[in-house]
Design a protein around this ligand. Structure first.
Ligand code: GSH
Length: 218
């Protein structure tokens, strides 16, 4: 059984409750796969969501929701940090943890811009967005070209690497050539994609069957 396939006989510790998209759980699922974890998916139908009963139970009135046993969490970056702490992907000391937070916040800034494009201005803003993209990608390129390990911080993988990787995958769909002038980012995507458990996950139906975004734009 692959780690990302939920087997009915076993009870995985983690549950993701979300709409049928990669969306804000893309990096989380990649991280869980790479860390050899299993999880259960509870897929929420949007019509059902609109009835409002589940929304009322969500701390911020939104999904995704992530459960680790009895612990119930909201906010997708909180999930990554929680798993980072639990699975040794949050640096070796406070300074490394702070740098990992910083890079994850940088990824979040780019993700928010991307989501604004996808959900609010895809038809009118795509060209400008792609033109401006190198200004954002160059910042991460500068970090990775100095990295000896190939990771954002120090010598081991962190949750920020999964977040950056996933946001870059999405941008390669939006603009297939966007990494062409960024060799360090291209190499990073290549080596992350080649990690055996990530490779298996990216090739799975569980991954491929989900659209990146809820409105079909990508
Ligand atoms: N900051 C939140 C954002 C959550 C969010 O935007 N959720 C959207 C779907 S991706 C949602 O629940 N939309 C339905 C609604 O707001 O009623 C996170 O990172 O988890």
């Amino acid at each position: 059984m692959n780690s990302f396939e939920y087997c009915q006989d076993e009870m995985p510790p983690y549950t993701i409750t979300y709409f049928a998209v990669r969306g804000r759980c893309g990096a989380l699922r990649i991280m869980l796969s790479d860390q050899g974890q299993e999880w259960k998916e509870v897929v929420v139908n949007f019509d059902e969501w609109m009835k409002g009963d589940l929304k009322k139970t969500c701390v911020f009135g939104q999904l995704p929701k992530f459960q680790d046993g009895d612990l119930v969490l909201f906010q997708s970056n909180t999930f990554l940090r929680h798993l980072g702490r639990k699975h040794g992907a949050y640096g070796k000391n406070d300074d490394e943890a702070a740098l990992i937070d910083m890079f994850n916040d940088g990824v979040e800034d780019l993700r928010v811009k991307y989501l604004k494009l996808i959900y609010q201005e895809y038809e009118t803003g795509k060209e400008t967005y792609i033109k401006d993209l190198p200004n954002h990608l160059s910042k991460f390129e500068a970090v990775l070209e100095k990295s000896k390990s190939g990771f954002l911080v120090s010598d081991s993988i962190s949750f920020a690497d999964y977040a950056l990787f996933e946001v870059l995958l999405n941008h390669q769909v939006l603009s297939p050539t966007c990494l062409d002038s960024f060799p360090a980012l291209k190499g990073f995507v290549q080596s992350m994609s080649n990690r055996p458990k990530i490779k298996a996950f990216l090739e799975s139906d569980a991954y491929k069957s989900l659209p990146i975004n809820g409105n079909g734009k990508q």
